[in-house]
Design a protein around this ligand. Structure first.
Ligand code: PFF
Length: 448
């Protein structure tokens, strides 16, 4: 039940909110893009293995830290610390995660703004406002500022309302909408010429690529980004779960939803690209690989929608609404990290903290927008390739090396009496202590 500091009122509420955080542009854009540029099905296979074998254990570590501490990331980690040095380390890890979440939101909001602008374009065309339609999809300072501000206002609006009335209520509304839209779009694309060829490229792995280091590094990075690890977000969401719930099960359900939606998004986008090809759109780059990144989402797919004629306006609208909704359920989690810290550590009122921090992050977005060519990539790399893996690794080290094993067990046992004799408890502690930090460290060093 909700406590005085707020909490999820039901199991479903938590699952929708945590899956909402996890499912975002990373799934619907990042995953298909990475699949396209890493040889199709081989990437899908490696991603599935790493998501369950490495990202899930790290995800469990973060949820447990939060539920044990019943507070924001810094306070939760400090509760597990036994001396001054550990407390300082806890501050570094917890606050680092909060900064990371804020940095991610500052560039994520810009990209989410583009998604909204591409959703507005077909609407403008339907009502005959052709000038507006072409303005909203042309790169420009004013367009970027306007849509980022618009998107951030939605995010602030939801977080100001708190956990139950904001995060939970809106995640419960938006997540089913997202899943429904995704399935409808897949069904539609599957009826078009070329889709089956795309399906083969997506599902038929070239096993010789499975052990390529670059592919493994990209898959692990993608899995960590997708589960929102290393950002304090899953710690704070963990702190809102009731002690009666079985965390091992909840964590597995959220991971499964996240992975399934990434898989479904690939099932939409890779076949859609081949459909576009059969309609004359170039989908391969000069080196023979599938076009990935922004050109895929903002060139190939819109060309496909245009080639469908009038119905394409509705399909395009539905697709970009899907993208915007996915981004919104993630952005609210990013804002909750810093807001919960300000509310709990600095005694600020939630509404005031949300507006203030939202505006600070928006100012950061404005700086990025003004220097778009250089800063977008820079901030994204800093936060996701450096920040997230380091903080996620340190969280595992905290759980594996600093937190008492008997305290860890006592925490997991709440809501799960028999966990001590389960397969999970046989391998997870060992995994978080050794395998996760070493694997994350390896990937981090390789990506440098
Ligand atoms: N998991 C989100 C996605 O896949 O788009 C991105 C994300 C959300 C990253 C929340 C970090 C975060 F704190």
């Amino acid at each position: 039940m909700a406590t005085s500091r707020g909490g999820f009122s039901s199991r479903l509420g938590f699952i929708m909110a945590a899956a909402g955080s996890a499912v975002g542009l990373g799934n619907i854009w990042g995953f298909p893009t990475q699949t396209a540029s890493n040889g199709g099905a081989a990437f899908v296979l490696v991603y599935l293995v790493l998501a369950f074998c490495l990202a899930y254990p790290a995800f469990m570590a973060e949820l447990l830290i939060g539920r044990y501490g019943q507070a924001n990331a810094v306070t939760s980690l400090q509760k597990m610390s036994k001396n001054l040095w550990q407390k300082r380390f806890a501050f570094f890890v917890g606050f680092g995660g909060i900064i990371c979440a804020a940095l991610i939101l500052s560039f994520y909001g810009i990209i989410a703004g583009w998604m909204m602008s591409y959703a507005v374009e077909p609407l403008a065309k339907i009502v005959g406002l052709n000038d507006v339609a072409s303005w909203v999809i042309s790169q420009g300072l004013v367009r970027n500022l306007f849509f980022t501000a618009f998107f951030m206002s939605f995010t602030i609006f939801i977080i100001r309302r708190g956990v139950e009335q904001g995060i939970e209520k809106w995640s419960k509304r938006l997540m089913p909408l997202l899943i429904g839209l995704l399935i409808l779009l897949i069904i539609y694309v599957m009826t078009l010429d070329g889709a089956i060829e795309g399906l083969k490229a997506y599902l038929n792995p070239d096993l010789s690529r499975v052990f390529q280091p670059d592919l493994i590094v990209s898959a692990l990075g993608q899995a960590f980004f997708s589960l929102s690890l290393g950002t304090s977000v899953m710690v704070i969401y963990g702190s809102y779960i009731s002690k009666k719930e079985n965390l091992v099960q909840l964590g597995a359900q959220v991971t499964l939803i996240d992975v399934s939606i990434a898989f479904l998004a690939g099932l939409l986008i890779i076949p859609a690209m081949y459909v576009a090809q059969s309609q004359g759109v170039a989908i391969f780059a000069d080196d023979g690989s599938l076009i990935a990144g922004p050109s895929m989402v903002f060139t190939v797919l819109p060309t496909l929608f245009t080639s469908m004629g009038f119905i394409g306006l509705f399909v395009g609208f539905a697709f970009f609404v899907l993208m915007s909704v996915a981004a919104l359920t993630s952005s609210i989690s990013m804002l909750e990290g810093p807001v919960s810290y300000a509310v709990e550590r600095h005694d600020m009122a939630r509404e005031k903290a949300t507006t203030l921090i939202g505006i600070i992050i928006f100012i950061l977005s404005v700086i990025i927008i003004i220097n778009l060519d250089f800063m977008l990539d820079f901030v994204a790399t800093l936060a996701t390739q450096y920040g997230q893996p380091i903080i996620a690794m340190l969280c595992c080290i905290f759980v594996g090396w600093i937190w008492n094993r008997s305290d860890v067990l006592a925490e997991i046992k709440q809501g799960n009496d028999t966990v001590e004799h389960s397969f999970f408890w046989k391998i997870w502690p060992w995994y978080t202590k050794f395998v996760c930090p070493v694997a994350i460290g390896f990937v981090f060093i390789h990506s440098l």
